[in-house]
Design a protein. Structure first.
Length: 431
C-alpha cells in the first residue's frame, strides 16, 4: 500500500456471506445515520458542498480553481500553479474546522494536481511541484484517502443547486470545478450526482428491509425491496439520459485524460511527490467504481463481486478482487464502513428463501432492476470507451487502470445468478 495510507485498510470487497443463513435473528440492522448517510441524499453530503473556502489563507488557490478551464486553454497550468503560495500545513489544518471544508480543500488541490499533470504539454508531468505535493498528501492524510483526484472530489462534492430550495436533480445542479468547461463535462458529472441522489431512497430501503427481516415481517421486507427496485429504476432512467448532452467523442478527446491516474502507461514509475513521499505512487484514477452505491446494494442483496461461472481465469479474478479492495480506500471511510455493516447485517435473501411468496418475488424484482442498471452501464461503457479502441477487451484499460470489460460482464452475470429461478428455486418473476 502507498506510504500515505496510515493504518489498515478500512474495508474489503463485499462477497456473499455463506454463513449469513446461520446467523442469529438478532443480527444488527444497519443504521444509515451512524455513517453520515441519509435517505434523502444517499452518499451525497447531507448539506450542500461548499462552493469556496472563504478563509484568506486559501484565496489564491480558490481563484485558480475557479479559472481552471481558462488557464488550461492558455496552456498555463504549470506556470500558474508554480506561483501559487506554499501554505504552512499546521495553519491549513487549523483553518479546516469541518469535514465540508476539508472536502472542498481536497477538491481544490486535486483539481490543481490533475491540471499540473495532464493540463499541458509535455504531458504527463512525471512529478508534482513540492508545495502542491505537500498540500495534497497532507489533506489526503486528514481525510484518510489517497492524494489523487477520486470520485468523491470529482462528483460527490462537486455540485451546487441552481435553485437552493429545489431538488438535487438534472436541471437544477451545476458543477463547482471543471477542467475543460464544456457542456459534455458538466452534464457527465451532473448525471452521476443525480444518480447518487436517486439512490438515497434505495439506501433507506436497505435499512428498512434489514429491520423487517429481524422482526420476521415479510410484508415489510417485501415493501422495502420494492422501494429499492424503484430507486434502481430511477437511477437507470437518469443514466439513460447521458447522451442528451454528453458525446462519446468529446469524452474521449477532452475529458477522459483528466480521469487517468498514476497507473497510466505514460507514467511507468507512477507519480513523484517530492518532499512529501519517499517513493513514487501508482494510484488509480477517478472511476465510477469508486462510488459506494452499487457495492452497498450488492451487500444488501447478497450479490457476489464476480460470478464463479464468469469464465475469468483465477489470476484475473484475484486481480480484479484486489483492485476493488483497493478502491474501497478511495471512498470516504464512513461509506466503506457502511458497506461492511450492510454485509454483516440481516440477509434479506435468506429471509426470502425461507418465506417465499411475495417476498421472493420482490427480491427478484430488485435483482432484476440492478441487472438492468448494469446492462445499461455496460452499454454506456461500450459507447463512450470500448468502441474507440481496437484492442481486445483484456487490453483496454479504464480510467482506473484495469481491464474493465471482462469485469463488467462478469459482475452483471453475478447479479443475474442471484435471482431465485436462476438457482432452481420457485419464484413468480424472472429477469
Amino acid at each position: 500500500k502507498a506510504a500515505f495510507c496510515n493504518g489498515p485498510i478500512l474495508a474489503i470487497v463485499y462477497t456473499p456471506n455463506t454463513s449469513r443463513a446461520m446467523a442469529p435473528p438478532t443480527a444488527v440492522p444497519v443504521r444509515l445515520q451512524d455513517f453520515g448517510v441519509t435517505r434523502e441524499r444517499g452518499f451525497l453530503p447531507a448539506a450542500d458542498p461548499l462552493p469556496r473556502l472563504t478563509q484568506p489563507l486559501f484565496a489564491e488557490w480558490e481563484d485558480f480553481a475557479a479559472a481552471i478551464p481558462s488557464i488550461i486553454s492558455a496552456s498555463a497550468a504549470r506556470r500558474v500553479i508554480s506561483r501559487l503560495p506554499a501554505l504552512d500545513l499546521q495553519a491549513v489544518e487549523a483553518a479546516l474546522q469541518t469535514n465540508a471544508e476539508r472536502e472542498r480543500w481536497m477538491q481544490v488541490v486535486s483539481f490543481a494536481g490533475t491540471a499540473w499533470v495532464w493540463g499541458e504539454d509535455p504531458m504527463p508531468a512525471q512529478a508534482l511541484p513540492e508545495h502542491l505535493a505537500a498540500l495534497w498528501v497532507h489533506i489526503g492524510r486528514l481525510l484518510v484517502r489517497p492524494p489523487i483526484l477520486a470520485y468523491v472530489s470529482y462528483n460527490l462534492v462537486n455540485w451546487r443547486r441552481i435553485d437552493p430550495e429545489g431538488p438535487i436533480e438534472l436541471g437544477n445542479i451545476c458543477r463547482l470545478c471543471n477542467f475543460q468547461g464544456v457542456q459534455d463535462e458538466e452534464w457527465f458529472g451532473n448525471v452521476h450526482v443525480a444518480i447518487e441522489a436517486a439512490a438515497g431512497p434505495g439506501l433507506g430501503a436497505v435499512e428498512d428491509m434489514q429491520e423487517a427481516s429481524v422482526r420476521g415481517d415479510a410484508a415489510g421486507a417485501s415493501a422495502a425491496l420494492q422501494v429499492l427496485a424503484a430507486s434502481l429504476t430511477r437511477m437507470r432512467k437518469i443514466f439513460a439520459r447521458m447522451r442528451e448532452k454528453a458525446e462519446p467523442f468529446i469524452f474521449q478527446e477532452r475529458m477522459r485524460i483528466y480521469m487517468q491516474g498514476w497507473t497510466h502507461e505514460d507514467l511507468p514509475n507512477g507519480m513523484s511527490y517530492p518532499g512529501a513521499l519517499a517513493e513514487p505512487q501508482r494510484l488509480y484514477g477517478e472511476t465510477g467504481a469508486q462510488s459506494s452505491v452499487l457495492p452497498a446494494f450488492d451487500a444488501a442483496l447478497d450479490i457476489p463481486t464476480i460470478a464463479a461461472s464468469s469464465g475469468t481465469d483465477t489470476a484475473n479474478h484475484e486481480g480484479m478482487v484486489s483492485y476493488l479492495q483497493e478502491l474501497r480506500t478511495y471512498m470516504p471511510p464512513s461509506h466503506s464502513a457502511l458497506i461492511d455493516a450492510i454485509g454483516a447485517g440481516p440477509c434479506v435473501r435468506d429471509f426470502a428463501a425461507r418465506v417465499g411468496g411475495d417476498l421472493m418475488t420482490s427480491y427478484n424484482l430488485a435483482v432484476k432492476e440492478l441487472y438492468r442498471f448494469r446492462s445499461l452501464h455496460l452499454h454506456m461503457v461500450m459507447d463512450f470507451v470500448r468502441r474507440w479502441d481496437k484492442r481486445s477487451d483484456e487490453e483496454v484499460m479504464g480510467t482506473g487502470g484495469t481491464a474493465f470489460m471482462p469485469y463488467l460482464k462478469a459482475h452483471r452475470e453475478a447479479t443475474q445468478s442471484r435471482a431465485f429461478e436462476a438457482q432452481g428455486v420457485s419464484a413468480t418473476s424472472k429477469l
